[in-house]
Design a protein around this ligand. Structure first.
Ligand code: SF4
Length: 375
């Protein structure tokens, strides 16, 4: 066990030149030393402000032709929301002063690019200022294949219709060895990188995620973070990095692990993961986000001292983590989120999807509090 972080490693981090070996070594450092270093970098990069976005998740269907073994969300015959039903949810979001809608769904066999364009166009026609943060790299890839067009063409059409940004989901662990085990029919590592870099080239920034804590090795985890760093070096299009602990319930991958005596990641491991992400991405990705849905509110609050500077969205509804065993609720009010942030000794600030300042008229509106949709 290392008793302290070597000086030369610290120097490499400040120069943006940390290595895979550095990442692995950091995972062995006593946790609070690691957290202190990550917190120092968070302070340098983001100051004491902790941001969040008022948004709404909309999952238009759980029906999916995918076969991801970690997924507890997919169904063979789940309902597909009509465009009008999606719009009704967007209207509710707008009423609650959401600045962003995050729309994702299962892969429908016949959903080509027109299906996705139709959603974007309908929202922009009624709410031109609503930020549309939607469709995973897997969905874009799927739409392009169904329509027989290139990924680049699909992205250009989405951009033209009004798609603002994309969630960098479907990344799981960017290792084909891991993907072959947990999601063999999903896009491969190189395809995920291709969709994301093409999105950036088309003027669509993305987030980047990492779902960890299943069959990957620590080395593969670190390699994933370094792949994200390489993409960012090339394009600068990544707005935030979001490590997401794997939820082992109600899905074959998790059930197999639990039969072997391996349950959800320990909270300490989650916190170390946030800290290492902050450290390895220093100088490249400024925002490290913790998911209160996956971590729970108290651990997410503690993560603010381990390199995290953003708590994501208020969500209003959430079904993907809930189906895999998350029990932390599916909506949080602005007041409670701000309470959590103040409680961690930080200063809350509502942001736009692109980390801009939210118009005072919106953020000062008392109507926005405590919104919850009953399903
Ligand atoms: S993770 Fe997405 S693509 Fe995979 S099975 Fe679930 S809904 Fe389908």
């Amino acid at each position: 066990m290392n008793s302290k972080i070597p000086e030369d490693l610290i120097e490499r981090v400040y120069q943006g030149k940390s290595t895979k070996e550095d990442g692995l070594l950091l995972l062995e450092v006593p946790p609070f030393e690691l957290f202190r270093f990550a917190d120092e970098l968070r302070s340098l990069t983001a100051g004491d402000t902790v941001t969040y976005v008022v948004n709404r998740n909309i999952n238009f269907t759980s029906r999916c032709v995918g076969t991801c073994g970690f997924c507890a969300f997919r169904t063979n015959n789940g309902k597909v929301l009509t465009l009008e039903e999606i719009m009704e949810k967007v209207r509710e979001a707008a009423q609650a002063n959401a600045t962003e809608v995050c729309i994702q769904g299962g892969l429908l066999p016949d959903a080509g690019i027109d299906f996705y364009l139709g959603i974007v166009e309908a929202i922009k026609a009624e709410f031109p200022d609503m930020h549309i943060h939607s469709f995973s790299p897997m969905e874009v890839y799927h739409a392009s294949r169904v329509s027989g067009i290139s990924v680049k063409e699909a992205l250009l059409q989405l951009k033209k219709s009004g798609l603002d940004t994309m969630p960098g989901t479907a990344a799981e662990i960017l290792s084909d060895r891991v993907r072959e085990i947990i999601c063999p029919s999903k896009i491969k590592t190189s395809e995920w990188i291709e969709v994301v870099t093409q999105a950036h080239a088309a003027g669509i920034p993305t987030t980047a995620t990492m779902m960890y804590g299943h069959v990957e090795t620590l080395e593969e985890r670190i390699e994933h973070i370094l792949i994200v760093r390489e993409i960012q070096k090339e394009t600068g299009g990544i707005t935030e990095f979001v490590p997401l602990p794997f939820m082992p319930y109600n899905n074959p991958v998790g059930e197999k692990l639990m039969r072997e005596g391996r349950y959800a990641t320990p909270g300490l491991e989650d916190l170390k993961n946030y800290a290492v992400s902050r450290i390895l991405l220093h100088g490249y990705v400024d925002n490290i986000q913790a998911s209160w849905v996956k971590l729970g509110k108290k651990l997410a609050q503690f993560a603010l001292h381990c390199g995290v500077n953003d708590l994501g969205g208020t969500l209003m509804e959430e079904s993907i983590s809930r189906s895999a065993g998350a029990s932390n609720g599916e909506a949080i009010s602005v007041e409670e989120l701000e309470w959590m942030i103040y409680g961690a000794g930080r200063v809350p600030k509502e942001r736009t999807t692109l980390y801009g300042r939210v118009n005072e008229l919106i953020s000062g509106n008392p109507r926005r509090s405590g919104f919850r949709v009953s399903e």
